[in-house]
Design a protein around this ligand. Structure first.
Ligand code: SAH
Length: 213
């Protein structure tokens, strides 16, 4: 698993592009600059790994576009030590970004094959999420709740109630909501019964599907 000067150079250009597109969090840009995205996708796509594009991974899923990863992560305002739940582990790229930000990361994937491949792969790269789970993200992880932050990386037809319930007061949930496209939505839990909602325009994700597979 090589990370050459050529890869690093392309990565710096990607970071510049993300800045131009409006990503301002130095921490998020730094994390993206550190992570060898080309290793998270099939080697036949290696030349495209630092384009700001989504790409196919196993099981008909995708690795999200870097801008989308950066945008969602920036909305989360990650602080070192935050307990974060991710729905949709996929390639593990977003998981790695959260690990770089020194969060305690819990992540759920519903496709068994992806779950297994990505678990081994992240370990090999030296990333240490707290817990990777094979299961249905609609249900969250009640046994590990509450979370400071929750990030959903698949398009959700609605906001699952269990995820709202598993958010700490003061916590943030970032979720793309809708069929196609989705509207990027931030819910802040201001007290036990009150959530403030903010929206951030259209994005396109693979769908959040029920049950595991
Ligand atoms: N965060 C990923 C994005 C992968 S695409 C990355 O950076 O690569 C979205 C992922 O969500 C897919 O892997 C898909 O299998 C998964 N997914 C869809 N519905 C899910 C659900 N209900 N629970 C958990 N994972 C789900």
């Amino acid at each position: 698993m090589k990370d050459s000067f050529k890869h690093q150079g392309k990565r710096r250009l990607l970071v510049e592009k993300l800045k131009d597109k409006g990503i301002s969090s130095q921490k998020v840009l730094h994390a993206i600059n550190c992570i060898p995205r080309h290793l998270f996708m099939d080697s036949s796509f290696e030349d495209f790994a630092y384009k700001d594009k989504a790409f196919p991974i196993a099981e008909g899923q995708t690795i999200s576009q870097p801008f989308t990863v950066a945008f969602q992560t920036q909305l989360l305002e990650v602080v070192k030590g935050d307990k974060i739940l991710e729905i949709g582990t996929g390639s593990g790229y977003q998981t790695a970004v959260l690990c770089e930000l020194e969060a305690q990361v819990f992540s759920i994937e519903r496709q068994l094959k992806l779950y297994k491949i990505t678990k081994r792969f992240l370990e090999g790269l030296g990333y240490r999420p707290k817990y990777l789970s094979f299961g249905d993200g609609y249900k969250g992880l009640p046994e590990y709740a509450p979370f400071d932050k929750i990030i959903v990386t698949a398009g959700a037809p609605f906001i699952p109630k269990p995820l709202m319930a598993q958010l700490k007061v003061g916590g943030k949930l970032v979720i793309p909501v809708g069929e196609d496209p989705q509207i990027m939505t931030l819910l802040e839990r201001v007290d036990v019964n009150t959530f403030e909602k903010h929206t951030y325009g259209e994005f396109r994700f693979v769908p959040l599907l029920e049950n595991k597979n």
